[in-house]
Design a protein around this ligand. Structure first.
Ligand code: ZN
Length: 361
Protein backbone atom coordinates (compact mmCIF):
# COMPACT_ATOMS: atom_id res chain seq x y z
CA UNK A 1 0.00 0.00 0.00
CA UNK A 2 2.73 2.42 1.14
CA UNK A 3 4.97 1.38 -1.81
CA UNK A 4 2.13 1.92 -4.24
CA UNK A 5 1.50 5.42 -2.85
CA UNK A 6 5.20 6.30 -3.10
CA UNK A 7 5.29 5.04 -6.66
CA UNK A 8 2.30 7.19 -7.54
CA UNK A 9 3.82 10.28 -5.91
CA UNK A 10 7.24 9.78 -7.53
CA UNK A 11 5.53 9.16 -10.85
CA UNK A 12 3.67 12.47 -10.60
CA UNK A 13 6.81 14.33 -9.49
CA UNK A 14 8.79 12.84 -12.38
CA UNK A 15 6.06 13.80 -14.83
CA UNK A 16 6.08 17.38 -13.47
CA UNK A 17 9.87 17.59 -13.75
CA UNK A 18 9.71 16.42 -17.34
CA UNK A 19 6.90 18.73 -18.36
CA UNK A 20 7.33 21.93 -16.33
CA UNK A 21 10.75 23.12 -17.55
CA UNK A 22 9.80 22.19 -21.09
CA UNK A 23 6.62 24.25 -20.85
CA UNK A 24 8.41 27.22 -19.30
CA UNK A 25 11.17 27.16 -21.90
CA UNK A 26 8.88 26.41 -24.81
CA UNK A 27 7.09 29.77 -24.61
CA UNK A 28 10.28 31.84 -24.26
CA UNK A 29 12.11 29.89 -26.92
CA UNK A 30 9.12 30.00 -29.24
CA UNK A 31 8.77 33.80 -28.91
CA UNK A 32 12.47 34.35 -29.66
CA UNK A 33 12.89 31.74 -32.40
CA UNK A 34 9.71 32.99 -34.06
CA UNK A 35 11.11 36.54 -33.98
CA UNK A 36 14.21 35.39 -35.90
CA UNK A 37 12.10 33.45 -38.40
CA UNK A 38 9.80 36.41 -38.99
CA UNK A 39 12.79 38.73 -39.49
CA UNK A 40 14.24 36.35 -42.07
CA UNK A 41 10.94 35.97 -43.98
CA UNK A 42 10.56 39.74 -44.16
CA UNK A 43 14.20 40.30 -45.19
CA UNK A 44 14.11 37.62 -47.92
CA UNK A 45 11.09 39.40 -49.37
CA UNK A 46 12.28 43.01 -48.99
CA UNK A 47 15.90 42.37 -50.02
CA UNK A 48 14.98 39.74 -52.60
CA UNK A 49 17.24 36.81 -51.72
CA UNK A 50 16.94 33.06 -51.42
CA UNK A 51 18.01 30.48 -48.81
CA UNK A 52 21.75 30.70 -48.02
CA UNK A 53 22.46 33.50 -50.53
CA UNK A 54 26.25 34.18 -50.17
CA UNK A 55 25.69 37.87 -51.03
CA UNK A 56 23.69 38.44 -47.86
CA UNK A 57 24.91 39.16 -44.34
CA UNK A 58 22.93 39.38 -41.10
CA UNK A 59 24.17 41.29 -38.06
CA UNK A 60 22.28 41.32 -34.77
CA UNK A 61 22.80 41.80 -31.06
CA UNK A 62 20.63 38.71 -30.52
CA UNK A 63 22.74 36.40 -28.39
CA UNK A 64 24.03 39.42 -26.44
CA UNK A 65 20.74 41.15 -25.60
CA UNK A 66 18.79 39.83 -22.63
CA UNK A 67 15.01 40.33 -22.77
CA UNK A 68 12.95 39.94 -19.59
CA UNK A 69 15.77 37.91 -18.06
CA UNK A 70 16.05 35.58 -21.06
CA UNK A 71 19.15 35.32 -23.28
CA UNK A 72 18.16 35.86 -26.92
CA UNK A 73 20.32 33.28 -28.72
CA UNK A 74 17.19 31.46 -30.01
CA UNK A 75 16.62 34.42 -32.36
CA UNK A 76 19.80 33.33 -34.15
CA UNK A 77 18.36 29.82 -34.64
CA UNK A 78 15.19 31.34 -36.06
CA UNK A 79 17.11 33.46 -38.57
CA UNK A 80 19.20 30.46 -39.68
CA UNK A 81 16.17 28.12 -39.94
CA UNK A 82 14.52 30.33 -42.53
CA UNK A 83 17.34 32.20 -44.32
CA UNK A 84 20.16 29.65 -44.13
CA UNK A 85 22.51 32.44 -42.98
CA UNK A 86 24.84 31.20 -40.23
CA UNK A 87 28.02 32.07 -38.39
CA UNK A 88 29.58 28.90 -39.78
CA UNK A 89 29.05 30.27 -43.28
CA UNK A 90 30.53 33.66 -42.25
CA UNK A 91 27.33 35.49 -43.05
CA UNK A 92 25.88 35.86 -39.53
CA UNK A 93 27.55 37.66 -36.63
CA UNK A 94 26.29 38.36 -33.13
CA UNK A 95 27.52 41.89 -32.35
CA UNK A 96 28.60 42.96 -28.88
CA UNK A 97 26.27 45.31 -27.01
CA UNK A 98 25.30 45.88 -23.41
CA UNK A 99 22.84 43.11 -22.49
CA UNK A 100 20.09 45.63 -21.59
CA UNK A 101 20.08 47.24 -25.05
CA UNK A 102 17.07 46.80 -27.35
CA UNK A 103 17.36 43.88 -29.76
CA UNK A 104 17.83 44.74 -33.46
CA UNK A 105 18.53 42.75 -36.64
CA UNK A 106 20.19 44.14 -39.79
CA UNK A 107 20.21 42.22 -43.08
CA UNK A 108 22.46 43.46 -45.88
CA UNK A 109 22.48 42.40 -49.54
CA UNK A 110 25.85 43.36 -51.05
CA UNK A 111 24.59 42.55 -54.54
CA UNK A 112 22.07 45.42 -54.42
CA UNK A 113 23.69 47.57 -51.67
CA UNK A 114 20.40 47.55 -49.75
CA UNK A 115 19.91 46.82 -46.06
CA UNK A 116 16.88 46.13 -43.86
CA UNK A 117 16.94 47.31 -40.24
CA UNK A 118 14.45 45.62 -37.92
CA UNK A 119 13.52 46.34 -34.30
CA UNK A 120 10.64 44.37 -32.74
CA UNK A 121 7.87 46.30 -31.00
CA UNK A 122 8.10 46.27 -27.18
CA UNK A 123 4.73 44.51 -26.91
CA UNK A 124 6.00 41.56 -28.98
CA UNK A 125 7.79 40.04 -26.00
CA UNK A 126 4.67 40.17 -23.83
CA UNK A 127 2.56 38.16 -26.28
CA UNK A 128 1.45 34.60 -25.75
CA UNK A 129 2.21 31.89 -28.25
CA UNK A 130 -1.39 32.11 -29.48
CA UNK A 131 -1.22 35.88 -29.96
CA UNK A 132 2.02 35.57 -31.91
CA UNK A 133 0.53 32.90 -34.16
CA UNK A 134 -2.25 35.39 -35.03
CA UNK A 135 0.12 38.38 -35.38
CA UNK A 136 0.51 39.56 -39.00
CA UNK A 137 4.15 39.54 -40.16
CA UNK A 138 4.14 43.31 -40.82
CA UNK A 139 3.03 44.03 -37.24
CA UNK A 140 5.97 42.16 -35.67
CA UNK A 141 8.46 45.01 -35.96
CA UNK A 142 8.00 48.61 -34.84
CA UNK A 143 10.96 49.56 -37.06
CA UNK A 144 11.42 47.99 -40.51
CA UNK A 145 13.53 50.40 -42.56
CA UNK A 146 14.83 49.59 -46.03
CA UNK A 147 18.04 51.59 -46.51
CA UNK A 148 20.89 52.14 -48.95
CA UNK A 149 23.76 50.45 -47.09
CA UNK A 150 26.67 50.49 -49.55
CA UNK A 151 29.14 53.21 -48.47
CA UNK A 152 30.08 54.19 -52.04
CA UNK A 153 26.40 54.53 -53.00
CA UNK A 154 25.79 56.56 -49.82
CA UNK A 155 28.69 58.88 -50.63
CA UNK A 156 27.62 59.26 -54.27
CA UNK A 157 24.16 60.40 -53.12
CA UNK A 158 24.59 62.00 -49.72
CA UNK A 159 20.84 62.65 -49.31
CA UNK A 160 20.42 58.88 -49.51
CA UNK A 161 23.40 58.47 -47.16
CA UNK A 162 21.93 60.91 -44.64
CA UNK A 163 18.62 59.02 -44.74
CA UNK A 164 20.43 55.76 -43.93
CA UNK A 165 22.29 57.41 -41.05
CA UNK A 166 19.01 58.69 -39.65
CA UNK A 167 17.22 55.35 -40.00
CA UNK A 168 19.99 53.36 -38.26
CA UNK A 169 20.43 56.01 -35.56
CA UNK A 170 23.00 55.18 -32.89
CA UNK A 171 23.67 51.80 -34.58
CA UNK A 172 24.64 53.43 -37.90
CA UNK A 173 28.43 53.42 -37.57
CA UNK A 174 28.53 49.91 -36.12
CA UNK A 175 26.26 48.35 -38.76
CA UNK A 176 27.61 50.24 -41.78
CA UNK A 177 31.27 49.69 -40.88
CA UNK A 178 30.74 45.96 -40.27
CA UNK A 179 28.52 45.29 -43.30
CA UNK A 180 30.62 47.29 -45.76
CA UNK A 181 33.89 45.78 -44.56
CA UNK A 182 32.33 42.32 -44.93
CA UNK A 183 31.05 43.17 -48.41
CA UNK A 184 34.51 44.32 -49.52
CA UNK A 185 36.34 41.27 -48.23
CA UNK A 186 36.77 41.29 -44.42
CA UNK A 187 37.58 37.66 -43.48
CA UNK A 188 35.96 35.66 -40.68
CA UNK A 189 38.64 36.39 -38.05
CA UNK A 190 38.46 40.15 -38.64
CA UNK A 191 34.66 40.05 -38.48
CA UNK A 192 34.96 38.15 -35.18
CA UNK A 193 37.35 40.80 -33.83
CA UNK A 194 34.97 43.54 -34.93
CA UNK A 195 31.95 41.70 -33.46
CA UNK A 196 33.64 41.91 -30.06
CA UNK A 197 34.73 45.52 -30.64
CA UNK A 198 31.15 46.49 -31.68
CA UNK A 199 32.24 48.12 -34.96
CA UNK A 200 35.00 47.85 -37.56
CA UNK A 201 37.10 51.01 -37.44
CA UNK A 202 40.58 51.95 -38.71
CA UNK A 203 41.64 51.73 -35.04
CA UNK A 204 40.79 48.06 -34.54
CA UNK A 205 42.37 47.33 -37.93
CA UNK A 206 45.49 48.88 -36.34
CA UNK A 207 45.51 45.83 -34.06
CA UNK A 208 44.24 43.17 -36.48
CA UNK A 209 46.66 43.99 -39.31
CA UNK A 210 49.77 44.07 -37.07
CA UNK A 211 48.67 40.73 -35.59
CA UNK A 212 48.53 39.20 -39.09
CA UNK A 213 51.83 40.87 -40.01
CA UNK A 214 53.60 39.54 -36.90
CA UNK A 215 52.18 36.04 -37.52
CA UNK A 216 53.80 36.19 -40.95
CA UNK A 217 57.20 37.51 -39.71
CA UNK A 218 57.38 35.54 -36.44
CA UNK A 219 55.17 32.50 -37.01
CA UNK A 220 54.16 30.80 -33.74
CA UNK A 221 54.30 27.07 -33.09
CA UNK A 222 51.98 25.21 -30.74
CA UNK A 223 54.10 25.87 -27.61
CA UNK A 224 54.75 29.58 -28.40
CA UNK A 225 52.82 32.59 -27.18
CA UNK A 226 52.79 36.24 -28.18
CA UNK A 227 53.08 39.32 -26.03
CA UNK A 228 52.02 42.73 -27.33
CA UNK A 229 53.21 45.96 -25.71
CA UNK A 230 51.66 49.31 -26.64
CA UNK A 231 52.29 52.82 -25.40
CA UNK A 232 48.66 53.97 -25.71
CA UNK A 233 45.25 52.40 -25.12
CA UNK A 234 42.94 52.51 -28.14
CA UNK A 235 40.67 50.41 -30.37
CA UNK A 236 43.65 48.34 -31.60
CA UNK A 237 43.88 46.49 -28.27
CA UNK A 238 40.56 44.74 -28.93
CA UNK A 239 41.99 42.69 -31.79
CA UNK A 240 44.24 40.66 -29.49
CA UNK A 241 41.73 38.83 -27.25
CA UNK A 242 40.36 37.18 -30.40
CA UNK A 243 43.54 36.83 -32.48
CA UNK A 244 46.03 35.78 -29.80
CA UNK A 245 44.01 35.01 -26.66
CA UNK A 246 45.62 38.02 -24.94
CA UNK A 247 43.53 39.79 -22.31
CA UNK A 248 44.17 42.36 -19.58
CA UNK A 249 42.90 39.75 -17.11
CA UNK A 250 45.72 37.39 -18.03
CA UNK A 251 48.22 40.30 -18.05
CA UNK A 252 49.68 39.42 -21.44
CA UNK A 253 48.34 42.53 -23.18
CA UNK A 254 50.37 45.45 -21.83
CA UNK A 255 49.80 49.19 -22.17
CA UNK A 256 52.82 51.09 -20.86
CA UNK A 257 52.11 54.76 -21.34
CA UNK A 258 54.13 56.42 -18.54
CA UNK A 259 57.67 55.77 -19.76
CA UNK A 260 57.13 56.81 -23.39
CA UNK A 261 57.11 60.55 -22.65
CA UNK A 262 56.69 63.31 -25.24
CA UNK A 263 60.46 63.78 -25.29
CA UNK A 264 60.99 60.05 -25.94
CA UNK A 265 58.39 60.15 -28.70
CA UNK A 266 60.22 63.02 -30.39
CA UNK A 267 63.58 61.27 -29.99
CA UNK A 268 62.09 58.13 -31.55
CA UNK A 269 60.69 60.05 -34.53
CA UNK A 270 63.95 61.93 -35.07
CA UNK A 271 65.93 58.67 -35.16
CA UNK A 272 63.55 56.42 -37.14
CA UNK A 273 61.51 58.94 -39.17
CA UNK A 274 58.25 57.33 -38.07
CA UNK A 275 56.18 56.47 -34.99
CA UNK A 276 56.10 52.89 -33.66
CA UNK A 277 52.93 50.82 -34.04
CA UNK A 278 53.77 48.37 -31.24
CA UNK A 279 56.32 45.96 -29.78
CA UNK A 280 55.67 42.26 -30.33
CA UNK A 281 57.40 39.25 -28.80
CA UNK A 282 57.04 35.59 -29.73
CA UNK A 283 57.89 33.77 -26.53
CA UNK A 284 59.20 30.21 -26.52
CA UNK A 285 58.69 28.86 -23.00
CA UNK A 286 60.77 25.72 -23.72
CA UNK A 287 63.87 27.71 -24.72
CA UNK A 288 63.02 30.52 -22.28
CA UNK A 289 63.62 33.38 -24.68
CA UNK A 290 61.64 35.46 -27.11
CA UNK A 291 62.11 36.99 -30.54
CA UNK A 292 60.76 40.49 -30.87
CA UNK A 293 60.03 43.06 -33.53
CA UNK A 294 58.95 46.70 -33.56
CA UNK A 295 56.79 47.66 -36.50
CA UNK A 296 55.54 50.88 -38.05
CA UNK A 297 52.67 51.58 -40.44
CA UNK A 298 53.33 52.71 -44.01
CA UNK A 299 51.53 55.75 -45.50
CA UNK A 300 48.11 55.04 -46.98
CA UNK A 301 47.79 54.91 -50.76
CA UNK A 302 43.98 55.33 -50.75
CA UNK A 303 42.51 58.50 -52.26
CA UNK A 304 41.94 61.07 -49.48
CA UNK A 305 38.47 61.19 -47.98
CA UNK A 306 36.42 64.29 -48.74
CA UNK A 307 32.84 63.25 -47.93
CA UNK A 308 30.55 63.86 -44.94
CA UNK A 309 31.93 63.10 -41.48
CA UNK A 310 29.71 60.02 -40.97
CA UNK A 311 31.47 58.26 -43.84
CA UNK A 312 35.10 58.92 -42.95
CA UNK A 313 35.89 55.91 -40.74
CA UNK A 314 33.69 53.53 -42.75
CA UNK A 315 35.48 54.55 -45.96
CA UNK A 316 38.88 54.30 -44.20
CA UNK A 317 38.16 50.77 -42.98
CA UNK A 318 36.80 49.52 -46.31
CA UNK A 319 39.80 50.89 -48.24
CA UNK A 320 42.19 49.13 -45.83
CA UNK A 321 40.24 45.85 -45.95
CA UNK A 322 40.80 45.82 -49.73
CA UNK A 323 44.60 45.77 -49.10
CA UNK A 324 44.65 42.94 -46.55
CA UNK A 325 46.21 40.46 -48.96
CA UNK A 326 49.39 42.60 -49.09
CA UNK A 327 50.49 43.14 -45.48
CA UNK A 328 53.90 44.47 -46.58
CA UNK A 329 52.11 47.41 -48.19
CA UNK A 330 50.64 48.33 -44.78
CA UNK A 331 53.42 47.70 -42.19
CA UNK A 332 57.18 47.43 -42.03
CA UNK A 333 59.64 46.04 -39.44
CA UNK A 334 61.90 48.79 -38.05
CA UNK A 335 63.76 46.82 -35.33
CA UNK A 336 64.44 43.22 -34.32
CA UNK A 337 65.59 42.01 -30.88
CA UNK A 338 65.74 39.05 -28.49
CA UNK A 339 64.61 38.99 -24.84
CA UNK A 340 65.02 36.69 -21.86
CA UNK A 341 62.43 36.39 -19.09
CA UNK A 342 63.59 39.33 -16.99
CA UNK A 343 63.89 41.62 -20.03
CA UNK A 344 60.36 40.65 -21.04
CA UNK A 345 59.12 41.66 -17.56
CA UNK A 346 60.95 45.01 -17.88
CA UNK A 347 59.31 45.49 -21.26
CA UNK A 348 55.85 45.10 -19.74
CA UNK A 349 56.58 47.35 -16.74
CA UNK A 350 54.42 50.50 -17.11
CA UNK A 351 57.15 52.65 -15.52
CA UNK A 352 59.60 51.86 -18.32
CA UNK A 353 59.99 53.19 -21.82
CA UNK A 354 59.79 49.92 -23.79
CA UNK A 355 61.94 51.31 -26.64
CA UNK A 356 64.71 52.06 -24.17
CA UNK A 357 64.42 48.57 -22.64
CA UNK A 358 65.13 46.94 -26.02
CA UNK A 359 67.90 49.43 -26.92
CA UNK A 360 66.18 51.37 -29.69
CA UNK A 361 66.68 54.78 -28.09
ZN1 ZN B 1 36.93 51.31 -32.75
Amino acid sequence: MRTGYLKLISGVVLLCLLIMPAMADATDDYVLEQLGERAAILAMDELDFGYGDPDVLVLTNAGRAVVDGNPTNKVLSGITNVSGLSNGDADMYSINRGDWKALWIYFYNKDTGKGLYLVPGDDYYTMTKGQIMDLPLDDTFSTADLVTGDIYMMLADTDDGNATEEALGSNAFSLLSLSNSWAYGAPYDLMTVASLHNHLCPGVLGGYVPAKYVEEKLPAEESDSYTAVFTSASCKLDAFPVMWDLTPGKKNLAVVSEGFTEDSQEAFKAKYGTSPAGVFVRWNSGENYGDGIVIASLPSTSPPYEGPSWGSKIYGSVEKVKDLDDLDSLYTTIYEFKVNGSRLSELKDPENNPYEVIGMI
